[in-house]
Design a binder for this molecule. Structure first.
Ligand code: HAS
Length: 543
């Protein structure tokens, strides 16, 4: 059970996340309608303004709030009630994050921060927008403190014992986050805020983008790892099986800390001013960060197979039939996993230097991130919400609600499939991203894009219906479904009673290796960018 004092904390984060999801998702549909030239925006809103709000609300706000809400619940369930001091820190974090969000969104609505979620210089927003981002990040530091202190408290109270896997994974995710945000904090504090306030006239554009991507790539694993937490810890219990290996799961998370950060250059492969040799090194490290995902795939298949065989299913694929296909807690995560196979392959294409020249800045990349974060991660988050909300509210996920939830998940799957397939295919022929629409002066290649844009709008419409349905189901689960006890599923590992190698919980060692890799990958190129800068740029506001 999640302790009742922690229930409110978790719920407030999750509800705020769903508000961001609802608004951000609605804006997403508007974008597809504008791109396909089906509508023009009312109230003097422009395409780039809503694109900025969509990215900020979904990629930065929804994810962060949901992730902390989920972590608080899981930590409380596995390590016990938060102390009041730690809970207070978590609440401070919540208020800072929500104030930051409101301020940021107001700036975007006032058309003073139409810089997209990556806020690339030399586009310049109001200083208040950057301050809003800073508040959001400082908020996460309070939240991170609460989680890490709780984990340390448990370790002190249970010397020599293996820490609960969920708590270990939460801490690994937060360590990754803390190291990663150093880059964006440096850029916001030392570059963007002084520049937008007029204290410095010019900005070093390459440096700002490098610091952003130092943060931007691990950011995607900050989204992914909580989904992996559900796959490793929750799914095996739901399917009536076991976690294949506790130690393997821990190692996978540690490898993310090592390899997810020194790879940001793979977002800058076409960026001038960074030598090819450093890009090459970071591409190799990018291929290393694929490894923990492959370990995860292996572990999932192993858990599925073990569970199936335990139930008596035979043959090479017989176990497949034994999976609980009608249980939304499983189905949502499974479809998320299935999406991750092409999504991961797409990531490998993106990271391959030559192929990146074909897809960079095309809508292929938008397709890629819609099937990673928009399918793999969010489908898993939907699945979590369907059991977590009733668990926290003392209600149950009834059979009827489960069927409706399955329908919502399938609607999302179809919508996302149509939309992201259209994005991938038209991206291959050069359809640009971050652009309202372009026909390249009537060029014949661009003339094929119309039907793809329509497909995106159709997919986007299904997605919005799915979000509506999700919100309605969540409100019902929180308010009107029968009272009772919904389980918070926590799986047991096959090697539960085996001592896990002490090395796996030697944080100093892993953080030390991560820092060494970061220094190797970044020190010389960053010095070079600072010492031999391209001409600095004043701020531009094109909107
Ligand atoms: Fe990415 C761009 C490379 C993963 C998100 N990525 C982006 C952007 C976002 C994003 C948001 O190298 C755009 C940023 C922007 O605005 O510019 N990405 C990768 C690589 C991976 C990867 C190598 N990305 C993600 C994840 C994301 C995400 C995860 C969000 C959550 N990405 C790139 C590159 C770019 C990029 C370049 C820059 C492109 C450019 O030029 O701008 C890897 O981590 C992927 C590894 C994954 C696998 C898959 C393992 C499969 C599993 C499922 C098993 C299934 C089971 C079920 C068990 C190797 C674990 C069985 C199912 C059956 C059907 C039987």
């Amino acid at each position: 059970m999640v302790n009742e004092n922690d229930v409110k904390l978790s719920l407030y984060h999750i509800y705020a996340a769903f508000v961001a999801l609802f608004i951000g998702g609605s804006l997403g549909l508007l974008q597809t309608l504008v791109r396909s030239e089906s509508i023009t925006l009312p109230f003097k809103l422009n395409y780039y303004q809503i694109l900025t709000a969509h990215g900020v609300l979904l990629a930065l706000v929804f994810t962060t709030l949901f992730i902390f809400g989920f972590m608080y619940a899981g930590i409380s369930r596995t390590t016990g009630e938060f102390t009041s001091h730690r809970r207070k820190a978590a609440w401070i974090g919540y208020f800072l994050m929500t104030i930051g969000t409101v301020l940021g969104v107001v700036m975007i609505l006032m058309n003073k921060a139409t810089v997209l979620y990556t806020f690339y210089a030399p586009l310049q927003a109001s200083p208040l927008f950057y301050i809003a981002l800073a508040l959001l990040i400082v908020g996460t530091y309070f939240a991170s403190y609460a989680v890490i202190a709780q984990y340390n408290g448990w370790r002190k109270a249970n010397p020599g014992q293996k820490t609960p896997l969920f708590a270990f994974m939460a801490v690994a995710t937060i360590v990754l986050w803390l190291i990663a945000t150093l880059g964006v904090v440096a850029a916001v504090l030392f570059q963007f805020i002084p520049w937008s306030l007029g204290w410095s006239e010019e900005i070093n554009v390459t440096l700002s983008r490098t610091l952003f991507w130092y943060f931007g790539h691990p950011l995607v694993y900050f989204w992914l790892l909580p989904a992996y937490m559900a796959w490793y810890v929750v799914v095996p219990k739901v399917i009536g099986g076991k976690i294949f290996s506790d130690s393997l799961a821990r190692l996978a998370f540690l490898l993310f800390i090592l390899f997810s950060i020194p790879v940001g250059f793979h977002h800058q492969l076409t960026e001038p001013g960074i030598s090819e040799a450093w890009k090459f090194l970071q591409v190799i490290l990018t291929f290393a960060v694929i490894l923990p995902s492959l370990m995860t795939a292996f572990s999932m298949f192993a858990s599925f197979e073990l569970a199936g065989r335990e139930k008596g299913y035979k043959g090479v694929f017989g176990w497949f039939k034994g999976l609980p296909w009608s249980d939304v807690r499983f189905l949502s995560a499974f479809i998320g996993m299935a999406f991750f196979i092409p999504a991961g392959a797409g990531g490998i294409i993106n990271a391959s230097h030559q192929m990146n020249q074909v897809i960079h800045n095309t809508i292929w990349v938008t397709g890629h991130f819609h099937i990673t974060i928009g399918a793999t991660v969010i489908l898993t988050f939907f699945g979590i919400a369907y059991w977590l909300i009733p668990h926290l509210k003392g209600r149950v996920l009834t059979k009827r609600m489960n069927s409706l939830a399955n329908f919502q998940i399938v609607l999302w799957t179809i919508g996302m499939f149509i939309m992201s397939a259209a994005m991938h295919f038209s991206g291959l022929s050069g359809n640009p991203r971050r652009t309202q629409n372009s026909d390249y002066n009537g060029h014949e290649v661009a003339s094929q894009w119309g039907s793809y844009e329509t497909a995106m709008a159709v997919g986007g419409t299904l997605l919005l219906f799915s979000i509506f349905m999700f919100i309605i189901l969540i409100i019902r689960l929180a308010k009107t479904e029968p009272l009772g006890q919904e389980e918070f599923p926590i799986g047991v590992a096959l090697d539960e009673n085996t001592k896990s190698p002490k090395l796996l919980e030697n944080w100093k060692l892993w953080i030390g290796i991560a820092i060494a890799l970061i220094l190797i990958a970044y020190t010389i190129p960053v010095f070079d960018i600072i010492q031999n800068p391209a001409p600095g740029s004043p701020g531009y506001k094109f909107w």
